[in-house]
Write a protein that binds this ligand. Structure first.
Ligand SMILES: Cc1cc2nc3c(=O)[nH]c(=O)nc-3n(C[C@H](O)[C@H](O)[C@H](O)COP(=O)(O)O)c2cc1C
Length: 191
C-alpha cells in the first residue's frame, strides 16, 4: 500500500485563513455520518460552526494552548449523550463515545481526501462551548475539531511551532498489540 490515507492524516497546528468549500464540507460530514454504531443508534451530533459571531464565541471557549486553532475557518463540536448508549451489562463500555470516535476518524480521513486537515481537541471549557453553541445540558461535548487548509509551519508562534516540530510517535507495536492471548505484562497468558 502506497502512502495510505490513514498515514497521511496528522494533527498539525498551522491553518490557512482560507474558507472550506461547502461541497467538501458536506462530503466530509457525509463520511462521518456513515460510520458504524452499536444498534445503528448514531449517537453523534455534529455542530459545524462557520458563522463569524458564533465562531468567535466558540474560539474563546478553547484553552490558551489551543489558540492556534483560532485560524481554522471551521470548528466542529461533536456531542453525544449517555442516554443514547447501547448499554452492555457485563463490562462498563460506553458505546456512544466509541461511536463518536469512529465517526470522527471517518471525518478526519475524509478531510485528508479533500486536501484539508482536521485537528481534534479536548482542550476547551465544556460549559463555555455549551453556552456558545446552545448545547443542551444532557449532551456532552465529546471533542472539538479544527478544520481547514494546512498552512506552513512558519506561520506559527515559537511555542506552537516547537510542538509541531516534535516527531510524531507511537508506542512500540508489542505494547499495544498481542497475538492469541493477553501478553502485556499484567495478567499475561490469560491468567
Ligand atoms: C480526543 C483528543 C483530544 C486531543 N486534544 C488536543 C488538544 O487539546 N490540543 C492539541 O494540540 N492536540 C490535541 N489532540 C491531538 C493529539 O495530540 C494527536 O492526535 C496525537 O498527538 C497524535 O498525533 P497525530 O494526530 O498527528 O497522529 C487531541 C487528540 C484527540 C484524539
Amino acid at each position: 500500500m502506497e502512502d495510505p490515507i490513514f498515514f497521511r492524516r496528522h494533527s498539525k497546528r498551522s491553518f490557512l485563513d482560507k474558507p472550506v468549500p461547502e461541497d467538501a464540507l458536506l462530503r466530509i460530514l457525509e463520511a462521518a455520518r456513515w460510520a458504524p454504531s452499536a444498534n445503528n443508534n448514531q449517537p453523534w451530533r455534529f455542530i459545524v460552526v462557520r458563522e463569524p459571531q458564533r465562531l468567535q464565541a466558540f474560539r474563546e471557549a478553547l484553552n490558551r494552548g489551543n489558540r492556534w486553532a483560532w485560524k481554522a475557518p471551521v470548528l466542529i463540536a461533536v456531542c453525544a449523550r449517555a442516554e443514547d448508549d447501547f448499554v452492555r451489562k457485563d463490562d462498563p463500555v460506553t458505546y456512544h463515545l466509541f461511536a463518536c470516535g469512529l465517526a470522527v476518524e471517518n471525518l478526519l480521513l475524509a478531510a485528508v481526501e479533500e486536501g484539508l486537515m482536521g485537528h481534534p481537541m479536548a482542550g476547551y471549557s465544556a460549559p463555555k462551548v455549551k453556552e456558545a453553541l446552545g448545547i443542551p445540558e444532557a449532551y456532552s461535548v465529546v471533542v472539538v475539531i479544527a478544520l481547514g487548509y494546512e498552512g506552513p509551519i512558519d506561520l506559527l508562534d515559537e511555542e506552537t511551532r516547537a510542538k509541531d516540530e516534535r516527531p510524531r510517535t507511537r508506542k512500540p507495536f508489542a505494547e499495544t498489540v498481542s497475538w492469541d492471548c493477553w501478553a502485556f505484562g499484567e495478567g499475561a497468558g490469560g491468567e
